[in-house]
Design a protein around this ligand. Structure first.
Ligand code: NDP
Length: 450
């Protein structure tokens, strides 16, 4: 449809050099083409033009002082993309690769992910090009406080509720919440992923990784299969990867890999979670250290990766869980995974597979869970944290975990039903995009031309 291509061309002119954002927009626009043909009202109401333009983009300076007393400056971002379904909601990423295009792609994906949960959630995303690697705790704290000094005026429990993402875990959220409270004099749920003693929800930290595994199980169950006994490749070694590995072990699967920015680790007997946690969460070191305790494991440094692709996807396996970062699984990796007989991929990270890799997975007919469906457990549990904060309650782990499982099953049903309705049963990329788009678009139409 020329209309969609015109929209993409317009986007490239108005928002130059934002490759990841065009990638996310192109996938969505292609998926919803049959819906737009069936229901022209979405075009008549200018939904596409409005959806690709954030409601508000905030760019600010973050000034902080390093341990030598030198003044440092980073860029801070918050994109408030769409609030048709609820307060803006989405994480904060601290990583040197962060720029306006990365935050925009993440915010755009967040619109549809949040819509798929069926909960009252708008979409936003933020972060900074600050690199926490090698920085002392004092430096990271001063950075977080300075970042929040500006951000605080733009957020609030009914306005915009940020959470964590790459480089932002419980420690950073604590420092940002402390500064928010100091500035506003309000103890309220303006952030999620908080500590258990100060407004956090049980299971929020685990929710994205657990949710990706629940989603994979749901996809497989609908095909009469299960994860039990499956060898699983996981990438990443942060919050999402560690909790995906933990849940995989609990459901009787065998996670055999993980990765970080220094390389890929393979342990055929199964990843030892205690060692992994110590290295990544306590020591904040490289995965290479795992070999000191497990000499039968293999570590491939980034310099030795294949010319095209990522070493972590080149091991024999039955299922794959990309849980590190965007575009970490390319077409050559997808081909290698399918050649080795993989039957399930659930994306824990945001847009971890390139467009070509996604096409290959979908064409192959394996169980493929796209990020906006498979990793929505984190934001869904954030919404449960918001519900608990609003009523000054704290639910039990069992209650939150049960809700998370139900939500993942419902997300799968929404995506799966829409895929069948549009003649492509099992194509959850198409189904997730259509089901999510329809929910947001209908709300936008109801609320008028704003
Ligand atoms: P963490 O910072 O906890 O972990 C990220 C992991 O990925 C680390 O092991 C890091 O390596 C590795 N990594 C990050 N960037 C790169 C890179 N450019 N190259 C190689 N390795 C990299 O982040 P999360 O686990 O929270 O997030 C992982 C993914 O999941 C992201 O795509 C995020 O957007 C997505 N996500 C997260 C949610 C959450 O609740 N946290 C919710 C939904 C999606 P190293 O340890 O060396 O830094």
């Amino acid at each position: 449809m020329t209309y969609l291509h015109e929209t993409l061309e317009r986007l490239k002119k108005s928002s130059p050099a934002q490759a990841e954002f065009y990638q996310a927009a192109e996938e969505l626009l292609e998926s919803v083409e049959p819906l737009l043909e069936a229901e022209p009202r979405y075009l008549e109401h200018g939904i596409i033009e409005r959806l690709v333009e954030p409601e508000r983009q905030i760019l600010f300076r973050v000034t902080w002082t390093d341990d030598e007393g030198r003044i440092r400056v980073n860029k801070g971002y918050r994109v408030q993309f769409n609030s048709a379904l609820g307060p803006y909601k989405g994480g904060l990423r601290f990583h040197p690769s962060v720029n306006a295009g990365i935050i925009k792609f993440l915010g755009f994906e967040q619109i549809f992910k949040n819509a798929l949960t069926g909960l009252s959630l708008g979409a936003g995303k933020g972060g900074s090009d600050f690199n926490p690697r090698g920085r002392s705790a004092g430096e990271v704290m001063r950075f977080c406080q300075s970042f929040m000094t500006e951000l605080a005026r733009h957020i609030g429990p009914r306005i915009d509720v940020p959470a964590g993402d790459i480089g932002v875990g419980g420690r950073e959220l604590g420092w940002m919440f402390g500064q928010y409270r100091r500035l506003t004099r309000r103890f309220e749920g303006a952030l999620t992923g908080k500590g258990m003693e100060w407004g956090g929800s049980f299971c929020r930290t685990q929710a994205t990784g657990y949710g990706a595994v629940y989603f994979a199980e749901t996809m497989l169950r609908s095909r009469g299969e299960s994860l039990k006994g499956c060898r699983c490749l996981v990438s990443g070694a942060g919050n999402v990867a560690i909790h995906a590995i933990e849940k995989l072990i609990q459901v009787g699967a065998r996670p055999v890999s993980c990765s970080d920015s220094t390389g890929a680790l393979y342990h055929a007997d199964g990843i030892d979670l205690t060692t992994l946690r110590r290295i990544k969460l306590e020591e904040r070191g490289s995965l290479k250290g795992y070999l000191e305790e497990h000499t039968d494991a293999e570590f491939t440094p980034v310099d030795d990766y294949p010319a095209e692709g990522h070493a972590v996807w080149r091991y024999p396996a039955d299922a794959a869980f990309p849980c590190a970062t965007q575009n970490e699984l390319c077409d050559a990796d997808a081909k290698a995974l399918l050649d080795s007989g993989i039957s399930c991929v659930a994306e824990g990270a945001n847009m971890p597979s390139t467009a070509e890799a996604v096409d290959r997975f979908v064409r192959s007919g394996i169980a493929f869970g796209p990020a906006k469906a498979a990793n929505a457990g984190g934001v869904a549990t954030s919404q449960l944290e918001m519900q608990q904060n609003a009523t000054l309650q704290q639910w039990t782990t069992t209650k939150v975990d049960r809700r998370l499982q139900q939500i993942m099953i419902q997300i799968h049903k929404r995506a799966s039903d829409a895929a069948s309705e549009f003649g492509q049963p099992g194509n959850l990329v198409l189904g997730a995009n259509i089901a999510a788009f329809r929910r947001v678009a209908d709300a936008m139409i109801d609320q008028g031309a704003i």
